[in-house]
Design a protein around this ligand. Structure first.
Ligand SMILES: [Zn+2]
Length: 268
């Protein structure tokens, strides 16, 4: 009776392997490879005339990106449109894209703002409020941090200012209480200074934990802008804004590809 015993063990072993495989695949699918395409939102950091820093795009390249979007038939829409589509679960048109700028750097004010205005493009600036208060930059290589007067000017000009946390901390390490405080301090400062009803949030360093989603909702957040971490769809009431990060060396082709530009004819 040795053979049947062995088979029983082999079967159990095979079953366990299958279980691990299924669980593993499910995990990978929801956490690491969850990447709906095309994306509709670009994420920029600092903008400077000359810089070798990974998170600083040159003014010249930004101008080229903007022209490329126009020449490729893209309509640059306000972030609000992307959020509404997320809330109603309706797909966006293929060539609709929104522009976002993280960290409220002085370079964005000095160099991106005039370009946005000359192209007539709407944009969202995600500001870390404690850094705006202190003037400290989110990265030491940055051109600096905007003052409230700059943020107010952007708001007056019709740009949307949303939250990038208060002190630009890694939120995935915070307790629920500290997380809520971090979000609420930032929202109330932004509302007080800009008069805008700010409901949208961008994760510092793109980090969060799946179980924190409900705390974001409780703190009054409507949408969460992602870059690195993506735990999949999560709670439906909290809209996830998936973005393509445009870094110093990102090629124009990569931007078009991320935005689903599929025309195989000669690209502009
Ligand atoms: Zn940031």
């Amino acid at each position: 009776m040795e053979i049947p015993t062995l088979s029983k063990y082999s079967l159990s072993f095979a079953f366990l392997c299958l279980l691990f495989l299924v669980f593993g695949l499910w995990n990978v699918k929801t956490e690491e490879t969850y990447a709906p395409k095309p994306l509709h939102v670009l994420c920029y950091h600092d903008i400077t005339p000359n810089s070798s820093f990974k998170y600083s795009r040159t003014t010249e390249k930004l101008k080229y990106d903007f022209q490329l979007l126009r020449d490729s038939g893209f309509k640059v829409v306000p972030l609000e449109k992307i959020i509404e589509a997320g809330q109603k679960k309706v797909p966006l048109a293929l060539r609709e894209a929104a522009l976002t700028f993280d960290d409220a750097t002085t370079g964005q004010y000095q160099y991106a703002r005039p370009l946005l205005k000359s192209f007539g493009y709407p944009a969202t600036f995600y500001a870390p409020t404690a850094l705006v208060e202190s003037g400290e930059p989110a990265a030491k290589e940055y051109s600096g941090t905007m003052a409230w007067a700059d943020i107010q000017k952007l708001a007056e000009e019709g740009f949307y200012i949303a939250s990038h946390g208060h002190s630009h901390k890694d939120l995935s390490r915070l307790s629920p209480g500290d997380l809520k405080e971090e979000i609420q301090k930032s929202l109330s400062l932004l509302r007080k200074r800009t008069g805008m009803n700010v409901l949208d949030f961008c994760l510092p360093y793109g980090l969060y934990k799946r179980e924190q989603e409900e705390h974001f909702l409780e703190a009054g957040i409507r949408s969460m802008a992602l870059t690195t971490t993506d735990h999949g769809p999560g709670i439906p009431a909290l809209v996830k804004i998936r973005r393509f990060e445009v870094l110093a060396d990102t090629g124009a082709e990569e931007i078009l590809e991320a935005l689903g530009w599929e025309n195989k004819e000669k690209r502009p």
